[in-house]
Design a protein around this ligand. Structure first.
Ligand SMILES: O=C(CO)[C@@H](O)[C@@H](O)COP(=O)(O)O
Length: 245
């Protein structure tokens, strides 16, 4: 059976091309938040975002090119992929490869339709918890607010195929957390869009550091499940300028 030809960006409906261009700008801008918040060293880490679905076009997402310096990331070199993780004819050089985590991001987008954005970092404190295969206990209101409980650990998986994506989905699919510490590797976060996933990555590192410091002087006490549920509901539904239901 012949497979469908790879999509060509300039052949897509005009409004879908515009949606791709906006997603590229957003993803390029959000990559700057990773070094700015001390979440990555050198070219580690990546951000992606799903392109809003279009009835007359393929499902697509945008992700960073592999191994390119954060100083050189632009909207124009953000790579456009199908949900199979295949790069489309997106106007970038044919030999510009997407992130080495493209298959992982694609797997999550295929299996978790509610996920609109993803981030991967090697932020030092969260990565240290991942090295120990240890979940970050919910001992702080900020952990309850953003993650709804302990930040879980996912299985160790090699890079480049569906393995990491499968581990992320099996850990987060029925879990309130927006972050998973992939064992022996580092944090991956999800969100309704890439900005929400970046926020989760920032708060994951912040809480990983705080709990690590607290544990230097004894084991902090986990919040009660009742309080965790109340804190999560408030933060997700009321906090900030959200309109009360
Ligand atoms: O940890 C990994 C792969 O999971 C790193 O190589 C990753 O952080 C950065 O890779 P890319 O530059 O996105 O290909």
């Amino acid at each position: 059976m012949t497979s469908a030809p790879d999509p060509v960006l300039t052949d897509l409906p005009q409004d879908l091309q515009e949606a791709v261009a906006q997603t590229r700008r957003t993803v390029a801008e959000l990559h700057a938040e990773l070094p700015r918040n001390g979440l990555v060293a050198w070219t580690a880490g990546n951000v992606s975002q799903r392109v809003p679905a279009h009835q007359d076009g393929p499902e697509l997402f945008v992700i960073k090119p592999s191994g390119v310096s954060y100083d050189d990331l632009t909207a124009e070199n953000m790579v456009v992929c199908t949900l199979d993780g295949a790069k489309i004819d997106d106007g970038t050089a044919d030999d510009l490869k997407p992130s080495s985590d493209t298959a992982a991001h694609a797997y999550v987008y295929r299996h978790m339709p509610e996920v609109g954005g993803m981030v991967h970092t090697h932020s030092p404190y969260a990565t240290a918890w991942a090295a120990r295969h240890e979940p970050i206990p919910c001992v702080l209101t900020m952990i309850a607010d953003e993650f709804g409980g302990d930040i879980p650990v996912g299985p160790f998986a090699l890079i480049g195929d569906d393995s990491i994506g499968q581990g992320i989905v099996e850990t987060l699919q029925n879990h309130r957390s927006k972050a998973v510490l992939m064992a022996g590797h580092g944090p991956f976060t999800i969100g309704k869009d890439a900005k929400a996933a970046v926020k989760a990555a920032v708060l994951c590192e912040e809480t990983a550091m705080t709990v690590h410091v607290a544990r230097q002087h004894g084991e902090p006490e986990r919040l009660s499940q009742e309080d965790i549920d109340k804190l999560f509901a408030r933060y997700q539904n009321v906090y900030g300028q959200k309109k009360s239901a």
